[in-house]
Design a protein around this ligand. Structure first.
Ligand code: UDP
Length: 470
């Protein structure tokens, strides 16, 4: 009788809105087009308001289940997000096993899908005899890097940041060492050991579902789409992006955008938890003012200790973020700028006709949302894989402008902020980026339509799940 029931898939994202959001979108497609039921199994410690709002709005038959919380009190206070996610996942394996056995006994569970920092879950899936795949919420550049990491680790003596030449991965834009995935830059840190540990286990996945698409990184796609012995198949299922919610339309910032001329506003936001130093926040503010352009800025309090991922799990500022802006800035920019504390309905903003550019931390979801909305970017990477994304978006996809001389840890001065913002909104470079992003927008959206590449990739993987289970 189990065979006649709808097939069921269980996802287990590691913490972070950037991991959960595309999995929710993928789940909706699995339900709507492929006849699946879905359970999303989350870790309790990442329960922010944004996350609980998202999980409580899931349309049936997508349900969610939070594993009981585990203690992380013994982790050093300066543990990086990759360490925290990996440790929380490892400590939750017993409860994940219970949860999956429960789902398996009550549904027609055909596959388990972990994500990029959750390779330890494969052990549990294997014990339960489940097909185990990986959802990869970033791009093919990052997947390539992680697939090559064990070899890189074995053959590189120095820190990657000191590599004399940019790293050349097959089909990828060359990435200067200091721009590589942030946790790789200190090989003595636990975060590096965790990422390397996962990279060693990547090939245990039976396939990767990657949130990217051909046109944005065509050469890399060409290589990774070809089967390669010993490397699991790659399914390009993106761009998966959240849709604007009807309730967003009431937001004050959208009413403000209604009053602004077409494509005149720069949206400034650093993802679900990115923060700037106090000094950088000052330069950004004064640079925006100096540019003379209109802007809508999602402001968070600056990070005290230089950790730009400080608000990653909470999304909220602990203190009033506006209190950190330069004296008189709010008054002087009242006519052209709007400031929003901590969180904005980003997708609705990007799709508003008044939005003409996005100064972004280059998180992959934000990038795809910008592409789907046809908005060119100014790249302001902070942590995770954002610096290498910025290189790829500027030099490969050519949809982003980069401030000059913005090396890790260096301040971008106000004059350079003003230059990039003017170029993006009003200059020749911005015009080219706008044309390119329009092409990518078209390619990305059509891939998701029936008979499109992403649609067919998902169809192929779901057929595999169904047949492996029967
Ligand atoms: N987001 C949002 N409002 C905000 C900040 C973020 O809706 O004020 C959403 C954004 O639209 C995106 C996600 O949170 O879907 C952030 O994911 P991304 O991969 O860009 O960055 P991360 O948060 O992982 O650094």
């Amino acid at each position: 009788a189990a065979k006649q029931r709808r097939p069921h898939v269980a996802f287990h994202p590691t913490p972070g809105m950037g991991h959960l959001i595309p999995i929710v979108e993928l789940s909706k497609l699995l339900v709507a087009h492929h006849g699946f039921d879905v359970t999303i199994i989350t870790l309790a410690f990442s329960a922010s308001k944004a996350q609980s709002d998202l999980l409580s709005s899931l349309p049936s038959p997508i349900s969610s289940l939070a594993l009981p919380s585990v203690s992380l009190d013994d982790l050093p206070a300066d543990s990086r997000i990759e360490t925290t996610m990996s440790v929380a996942t490892a400590r939750s394996l017993p409860s994940l096993r219970d949860a999956l056995s429960g789902i398996k006994s009550s549904t027609n569970l055909v596959a388990f899908v972990g994500d990029l920092f959750g390779t330890d879950t494969f052990t549990v899936a294997r014990e339960l005899g489940l097909s185990h795949y990986m959802f990869f919420p970033s791009n093919l550049l990052t997947l390539s890097l992680l697939l090559h990491l064990p070899e890189l680790d074995a053959t590189t003596i120095c820190e990657y940041g000191d590599l004399p030449e940019p790293l050349r991965l097959p089909g990828c834009v060359p990435i200067p060492g200091p721009d590589l995935l942030h946790p790789l830059l200190d090989r003595s840190n636990d975060a590096y050991r965790w990422v390397l540990h996962h990279a060693h286990r990547y090939r245990e996945a039976e396939g990767y579902l990657v949130n990217s698409f051909d046109a944005i990184e065509p050469e890399t796609a060409k290589i990774l789409r070809e089967p390669e012995p010993g490397r699991p198949p790659v399914y390009l299922v993106g761009p998966l992006t959240q849709k604007a919610k009807a309730a967003d339309e009431d937001a004050e910032c959208l009413r403000w955008l209604d009053q602004q001329p077409q494509e005149s506003v720069l949206f400034v936001s650093f993802g679900s938890g990115g923060t700037l130093s106090k000094a950088q926040m000052t330069e950004l503010a004064l640079g925006l003012e100096m540019s003379g352009q209109r802007f809508l800025w999602v402001v968070r309090s600056p990070s005290d200790g230089g950790d730009t991922s400080e608000a990653y799990f909470s999304h909220q500022s602990k203190k009033d973020p506006f209190g950190f802006l330069p004296a008189g800035f709010v008054d002087r920019t009242r006519e052209v700028g709007l400031l929003v504390p901590s969180w904005a309905p980003q997708v609705a903003v990007l799709n508003h006709a008044a939005t003409g550019g996005f100064l972004s931390h280059c998180g992959w979801n934000s990038t795809l949302e910008s592409v789907v909305a046809g908005v060119p970017m100014a790249a302001w990477p902070l942590f995770a894989e954002q610096r290498q994304n910025a290189v790829m978006l500027a030099e490969g996809a050519r949809i982003a402008l980069r401030p000059r001389g913005a090396a890790e840890g260096e301040l971008v001065p106000r004059e350079e902020v003003a230059r990039v913002v003017r170029d993006l909104m009003d200059g020749e470079e911005g015009k080219e980026a706008r044309q390119r992003v329009a092409e990518l927008q078209k390619a990305g959206i059509s891939g998701l339509e029936e008979s499109g590449a992403a649609y067919r990739a998902l169809d192929e993987v779901t057929k595999r799940w169904k047949s492996e289970a029967s």
